[in-house]
Design a protein around this ligand. Structure first.
Ligand code: ATP
Ligand code: MG
Length: 414
């Protein structure tokens, strides 16, 4: 028995959809980023199919399908015998843009017109997955060979129509190590300030994709070079660039990359500038609570490790080392001060070998203080912290000793 093909690789799933459309009398190709990536020898993230079949027709041909954005003519199809979902889009040409972001209307059309509405020439190629033939109406193959990112049509008009294309250009040029063709780059610079009209959510999404890619330093340099930094960040850095982003490990997290970027732009030490930056970036990049809190904790942690940490007491050292973000803090510190990062790492190893370790469960809780006859109040937290510090420093090693210390502290406090 042949194995059931529920796990058809994505490319085969998409090819099968093309074959089905062809058998039903339609034209169908692979389109967009997947063609570009295949021709570059990269593995596409996903495969998109473009066809002359209308969305209704596509949904009749594939029972397991559903429409997304009716007006845009895109249907999500689950290939027969596969888990993979493929976007099948009807060839279309986009109407006028009045909001600089989405066309007001679309009209179903030909492959040639469909190529013309795409953003960059290397994104506007069609591939016949069965014969390997390429359809190229816009010189995309020549630009691929020259590693050039060039707007389809008049760069000025295409950038004015959809300002997000400026960020797509930076993200793709950085990721693929392409040059942005001069007229396209000029149009991006000209329209840089118009980016303020794009929703912060979409800006943030593009920036997250840039900063989580190993080519993040190239992306940051392009943003600067194309005057996109002010409209993206809505915050003015002090310096052109620092070493941190470029020195991060390839798979560093978004939080690590945000912190490295802030430091590269010359964030000054101190609570106030740090808080101002975090508040501002939260807005401009539409950061989630998790990313905002992570960024704040990493920037604060890096400052402590670069400053007072080596001379701090054992309890203070352990409290920082126990933070959820500590590994990220160290990752960023490595990009700025290697000797300090290594000495921190070895100090943490020593702390882990102390009897209490880095983050022991506390001997005492608020309930224990209540059973000692203490009333919840401002002194409460201070006593718990002092007892936990003593535990971290191995000055108290048992529950009994902890209770005694709490008792004597409460007498003092009272
Ligand atoms: P990635 O590798 O990041 O997925 P991609 O080129 O596949 O890059 P998608 O966002 O998946 O990007 O878009 C698929 C295709 O749709 C693009 O290759 C391009 O042809 C077209 N496209 C996407 N966004 C735009 C846009 N803002 N303007 C014009 N065409 C676009
Ligand atoms: Mg894609």
């Amino acid at each position: 028995m042949p194995a059931p093909d529920r796990d058809l690789p994505p490319r085969d799933a998409a090819s099968r959809i093309v074959e089905t459309l062809r058998r039903a009398g339609h034209t169908a190709y692979f389109a967009g980023g997947c063609v570009r990536d295949e021709l570059l020898g990269r593995t596409p993230d996903d495969y998109d199919v473009a066809t002359d079949a209308t969305p209704e027709r596509v949904m009749t041909l594939f029972p397991r399908s559903g429409e997304v954005g009716k007006s845009f003519g895109v249907v999500l199809v689950q290939a027969p015998g596969s888990r993979h979902v493929v976007e099948v889009a009807t060839f279309r040409s986009d109407g006028q843009y009045t909001d600089s972001r989405r066309p007001d209307s679309v009209r179903f059309s030909t492959p040639e017109e469909d190529a013309a509405r795409r953003d960059f020439t290397v994104n506007a190629l069609f591939l016949d997955p069965i014969t390997g033939n390429i359809l190229d109406f816009v010189g995309g193959q020549a630009d691929l060979a020259a590693r050039l990112l060039r707007a389809v049509g008049r760069p000025e008009a295409r950038l004015a129509e959809d300002h997000l294309r400026a960020l797509r250009a930076v993200r793709l040029a950085a990721k693929l190590a392409f040059t942005i063709e001069p007229a396209t780059a000029h149009a991006i610079r000209t329209h840089a300030k118009d980016l303020r009209g794009v929703s912060r959510e979409r800006v943030g999404d593009e920036i997250e994709r840039m900063l989580t890619n190993p080519a993040r330093a190239r992306a940051a340099a392009l943003l600067r070079d194309l005057n996109l930094e002010p409209p993206v960040l809505d915050w003015t850095g002090r310096q052109a660039s620092g070493p941190s982003l470029a020195a991060l490990p390839p798979h560093a997290s978004y939080i690590a990359a945000l912190a490295a970027w802030a430091l590269d732009l010359g964030l000054e030490p101190g609570d106030a500038p740090r808080e101002a930056l975090v508040t501002s970036w939260r807005q401009s990049l539409c950061l989630s609570n998790e990313h905002r809190d992570g960024l704040a904790a990493v920037l604060a942690g890096v400052e402590v490790l670069r400053g007072p940490w080596p001379a701090a007491g054992v309890a203070a050292q352990k409290r920082l080392a126990a933070k959820r973000e500590f590994e990220t803090i160290l990752t960023v510190l490595y990009t700025l001060d290697l000797p300090r990062a290594e000495s921190t790492r070895s100090r943490v190893r020593e702390l882990a070998l102390t009897p209490s370790g880095i983050a022991p469960p506390p001997f005492l809780t608020g309930d224990d203080l209540i059973s000692l006859g203490l009333k919840p109040g401002p002194a409460f937290r201070r006593i718990l912290d002092a007892v936990y510090d003593a535990q971290l420093e191995d000055r108290v090693q048992t529950f009994e000793q902890a209770r005694e210390l709490a008792g004597s502290l409460s007498v003092k406090a009272g």
